[in-house]
Design a protein around this ligand. Structure first.
Ligand code: SF4
Ligand code: SF4
Length: 83
């Protein structure tokens, strides 16, 4: 499933450059994750990079967007043009 950024975000800008899929951007008030681009970093890294760097731990999994690891890998392959 994709990850999401909660209201606890302090707009520190640290996560945005860490996303290998370009899924993170500045939203109207806080940073946001495009669920169509977030693969939980599957295909790139073992752990979600945004979660690793967020100083306030405000990037949980989005329980409304459940995806299996295979589905995330397929999304990665499509995003990167390898499918
Ligand atoms: S989990 Fe990975 S792909 Fe998803 S938003 Fe965070 S850094 Fe980007
Ligand atoms: S690292 Fe965390 S607090 Fe900083 S912009 Fe990203 S989501 Fe917000």
């Amino acid at each position: 499933m994709s990850l999401k950024i909660t209201d606890d975000c302090i707009n520190c800008d640290v996560c945005e450059p860490e996303c290998p899929n370009g899924a993170i951007s500045q939203g109207e008030e806080i940073y946001v994750i495009d669920p169509n681009l977030c693969t939980e970093c599957v295909g790139h890294y073992d752990e979600p990079q945004c979660q690793q760097v967020c100083p306030v731990d405000c990037i949980p999994k989005d329980e409304n967007r459940v995806e299996s690891r295979d589905e995330l890998m397929q999304k990665y392959l499509i995003i990167t043009g390898k499918a």
